[in-house]
Design a protein around this ligand. Structure first.
Ligand code: FPP
Length: 261
């Protein structure tokens, strides 16, 4: 896979560069195929600096570039990011508006470069429940990048694992009620194939930054056998080097999937 080659990236983050090819060779097939990230800590990062929380969300969005580029350069096949949960609507309207402003900016300004780097975008969650302009922008990004063969970048927006499961079960129930599907034919695979992550590799590693140790309704079924990594660093400070440390730690783990090896 070609490295992200936009000069502005390298200019801005020159000091943080990692030799992805060397890391890739060293870790080989011990790298995860699919990484999920709960990007927590933006609000605290801003508050510590005496700034409004939205400032932290902007810094958090900036950090995405490096993480996406490194994931792509390492040959990680899928990266799923928790950007807005079904519970985040409870936040003050000003913060919700600021987040949606950032999502719009992101999907309008960054997609061209992601597309150039063969990234394929998918939105996880209830897109119908998003503001119309955001829904249209994310659908356009999905459509534009649909044929790309590089990193699968999944952005969870208005996402909750329980709501996702309800949608999957409703779709199975509708098919069963119509007579097209026998209830006895419903298997684990059938259920997983109705989730928003259908067709993506198994989730191998779920990272949460910001010091809390919980899953907050993110990819609960997909995480059945995922390795969990809880990192104290606040998301805007989660550097490429810290991400690499998490990946190296994952590579050292002994995954047994319920067996004994
Ligand atoms: C959690 O931090 C973070 C969020 C609710 C938003 C995450 C969103 C981004 C990083 C922007 C992503 C943008 C795109 C385009 C995908 P928090 O606010 O709960 O932090 P706190 O725990 O310190 O309060």
């Amino acid at each position: 896979m070609t490295a992200f080659a936009t000069p502005s990236f390298f200019f801005r983050e020159a000091a943080l560069q990692i030799d992805a090819e060397k890391e890739r060779q060293a870790l080989g097939d011990r790298l995860p195929a699919h990484v999920g990230i709960i990007m927590d800590g933006n609000g605290r990062w801003a508050t510590k600096r005496g700034m409004p929380r939205a400032f932290g969300h902007r810094a958090g969005t900036e950090r995405l570039r490096g993480i996406i580029r490194l994931s792509s350069d390492l040959g990680i096949r899928a990266l799923s990011l928790y950007a807005f949960s079904t519970e985040n609507w409870k936040r003050p309207k000003a913060e919700v508006d600021a987040l949606f402003g950032l999502f719009m900016e992101y999907f309008v300004n960054e997609v061209e470069e992601l597309h150039t780097n063969r990234v394929r975008i998918r939105v996880l969650g209830d897109v119908e429940g998003l503001p119309a302009n955001v829904g249209a922008a994310v659908r356009a990004a999905e459509k534009k990048t649909a044929e790309n063969d590089g990193l699968r970048l999944n952005v969870a927006l208005n996402y909750g694992s329980r709501a996702e499961t309800v949608r999957a079960v409703q779709s199975l129930a509708r098919e069963a009620a119509s007579g097209a599907l026998s209830p006895d034919a419903i298997s684990e695979e059938t259920l997983l194939s109705r989730l928003d992550t259908a067709g993506l590799p198994e989730l191998d590693l779920l990272i949460r930054t910001g010091g809390e140790q919980r899953l907050s309704n993110f990819l609960l079924l997909q995480a059945a056998y995922a390795e969990l990594a809880f990192v104290d660093t606040l998301w805007p400070d989660y550097s490429d080097e810290l991400y690499m440390d998490t990946l190296r730690d994952y590579a050292r783990r002994n995954r047994r999937f319920g067996g004994l090896k």
